[in-house]
Design a protein around this ligand. Structure first.
Ligand code: SME
Length: 170
């Protein structure tokens, strides 16, 4: 059994360093994408305060005969969420289309935000880019508190995503 322990560092950067070590230990030696994604979401959801949803969306062929891709829901923690998101739509689709982390202090002020859980007030979405430069999907985290995420969260979440990608060897 993997034992998670409460984060003890006083500042966010230190807490993310502890969380990164825990995530590395949790995923080390396992490459299965779905299993690692599920444990990634569970670890973060129970370790960090003021979250109401976290999880992954994976890039899938939209199946419409052309080259369009879309995001499809993967493992997560929180309330049931919307399953398919087109590239360029919402915070997740924007992170996928631009391949840049989206830090949204107020989802109500974000044009095109897709509300899956009405409790969500702020959100951070990190694109998951494989070693070969292609996009695997996105990592999405929601909070019921406005402006819950800052630059420390951006750096910390991006570091966690790098550990996830490395463990999955994608
Ligand atoms: N709010 C996201 C949709 C996904 S849910 O938050 C789980 C968006 O605007 O892309």
């Amino acid at each position: 059994m993997f034992e998670t322990s409460a984060l003890t560092a006083a500042d966010k950067a230190g807490q993310y360093a502890e969380l990164a070590a825990q995530l590395h230990g949790l995923l080390h030696g396992e490459t299965d994408l779905v299993a690692n994604a599920a444990n990634f979401a569970a670890l973060v959801y129970h370790a960090l305060p003021e979250l109401n949803w976290c999880g992954l969306y994976f890039v899938r062929d939209a199946g419409n005969g052309d080259d369009d891709d879309e995001l499809v829901l993967g493992p997560f923690q929180g309330r049931p969420a919307c399953v398919r998101i087109a590239f360029g739509r919402g915070v997740c689709g924007t992170a996928a289309a631009t391949r840049t982390t989206q830090l949204v202090p107020d989802v109500h002020a974000y044009p095109g935000h897709i509300a899956c859980d009405s409790a969500s007030r702020s959100e951070i979405v990190v694109p998951l880019v494989r070693g070969d430069g292609t996009l695997l999907g996105v990592w999405d985290v929601d909070s019921p508190r406005a402006a819950r995420f800052d630059e420390d969260d951006r750096a910390g979440m991006q570091a966690l995503c790098a550990i996830f990608l490395q463990a999955c060897a994608v």
